[in-house]
Design a protein around this ligand. Sequence first.
Ligand SMILES: Nc1ncnc2c1ncn2[C@@H]1O[C@H](COP(=O)(O)OP(=O)(O)O)[C@@H](O)[C@H]1O
Ligand SMILES: [Mg+2]
Length: 235
Amino acid sequence: MRAAQDTAADTRTVLEVTGLGHRIGGRTLFDGLHLSLCAGESIAVTGPSGSGKSTLLSCVLGLIAPDKGTITVTGTETTRLRTSQRARLRAQSIGMVFQFGELLPELSPLDNVVLAALLARRSRHDVRDRAQRLLDDLGVPRAATSQELSGGERQRTAVARALINEPALLLADEPTGALDTETRDRTAQLLFDLPRQYSCGLLLVTHDPGIAARADRTLHLTAGTLEPAIAGEAR
Ligand SMILES: Nc1ncnc2c1ncn2[C@@H]1O[C@H](COP(=O)(O)OP(=O)(O)O)[C@@H](O)[C@H]1O
Ligand SMILES: [Mg+2]
């Protein structure tokens, strides 16, 4: 019974990309790219520097309007929305983790996370308690400013900030690219555990095949489309 319910929840499609086409600077970056991601699932997209990984995430975030194709987030086709509607959907449904954490260094880890809820207008009376619980769960120590944290702790704060609004879709752009090997492995494990813990879909882009191999599925960005990566060839 429990397993059946879990399975049903996990088949919810949180991201569907169809026929994506986009050119930048006279170069075709995407040429009929397809992608489908369910809640509870992780996908890693690999590709060399300049292949379009960050641009793909910007399209999914709705920050770049692709030339062709559709992007549907939690059932809403974002490519048809007005800018303000896209911003609202982004705030409500998408969490983002960047390569360098991108925290506000003068604010405490707690305030960085709470601020994300305020900006998304998702601030409930218990937001500070929920933010602190998330930080505790992710093993972030209490600190007066986030610049006192180590690189790994900063990245875990960024994960908490991405999760505070309970997003259906989590995006991560080279989230372990700035970390040392041991911290990189622990952060990667933490990230790939999130879809099942928080019932979200995780789309992570990385040039690192060792990180990508931990995802449920690994896709390689090549010739403007996504192909299943062959073990040992993801680079
Ligand atoms: N705003 C832009 N104007 C012109 N070219 C861009 C712009 N943004 C990205 N590019 C180019 O698009 C390509 C893909 O960039 P990007 O998505 O950042 O690749 P990746 O994240 O895989 O390294 C690169 O060749 C980059 O130089
Ligand atoms: Mg990039």
